[in-house]
Design a protein around this ligand. Sequence first.
Ligand SMILES: [Zn+2]
Length: 327
Amino acid sequence: MDEYIKTWNHIIMNCGYDNTYKMAWAKALVELYVATLDKGQHSTTLSFKQIAKRYLCYYWNQTIYFDLVQGSNLKKLPEVLSATKELIDRYYRAKDNYLPERFEKVQFERLGLSLAYQDTIGSIVKTLRKDVCYRFMTVGGTTYDIYQLDRKSGIVTLHSEQIRSLTEHSELLLQVINYRWTQMLESFNYSPKIAMKVRAVAEGKIRRQNLSSFHPYLDLEFDKGERICFYCQQPIASEDLSVDHVIPWSYMFSDDLWNLVYSHKSENSSKSNTSPLEDVIIRLEQRNKMLQQKLEESQFKKEKQYDELKLAIEKDYVRKFWLAAKG
Ligand SMILES: [Zn+2]
């Protein structure tokens, strides 16, 4: 590996941090420069605005699906994250439903959000200039000239050998960046499966499973197939039936019988990432004990669903994950 890539690697692995900005910066530079290769120029310039667009993409996708904490100060969000969250709020209000979309698919103009989008990019550019672009180059008191920086004009320049080198090692570098970003997130977040969440976001593989495979187990709770809503205790017509994660899926990133209940579609909490109240948790604990008994008496006793539910009760998962999710 050449010295240039070694330096990148050194910076990524050793930079100080109290938020994830530097990793987003590194990732944006690598991805953008890889796409500029082979235009024959002696050097290539990127604007902070181009970088800010990539930035918004990363933070949008990590936030809209998993609401990951990106900084050490829980009382004051990193500015880029507040700006991103504000844009996500406006996006939900504009389209009037709560189905999250990847950033790459969102049509800001069609939603009447062109201006809001431009404002967000503008505020990210400010942060890049003020906090990120020059700090990234300095580790442990040494400044490394891995790019030419013109802070005032808001541009970064690399010459062609550097771009060639970045491109050649881009896969490796991006893995190191994701690894380090994950490490940072693990120091800020208490939610489970951080590494899997980061990877799923990066690879665009966030797919919610169809939960109808849980119906046979959940049905054990009810007589004659009459399904009752866990939240309002009223019967649910089949066209209005949904299976809900009591502790949000965005937090758990997993489908577990101990966390799943029947609900009316309109009450399905997937639209919000907020944590349930304690009385809901107490009822879920009771439900699980009852369900365990029913499973034990059923043909499902030898299945892993039974073992997993039993383990969840023994280990007190409902309460532990609920407390952790509340923060
Ligand atoms: Zn209901």
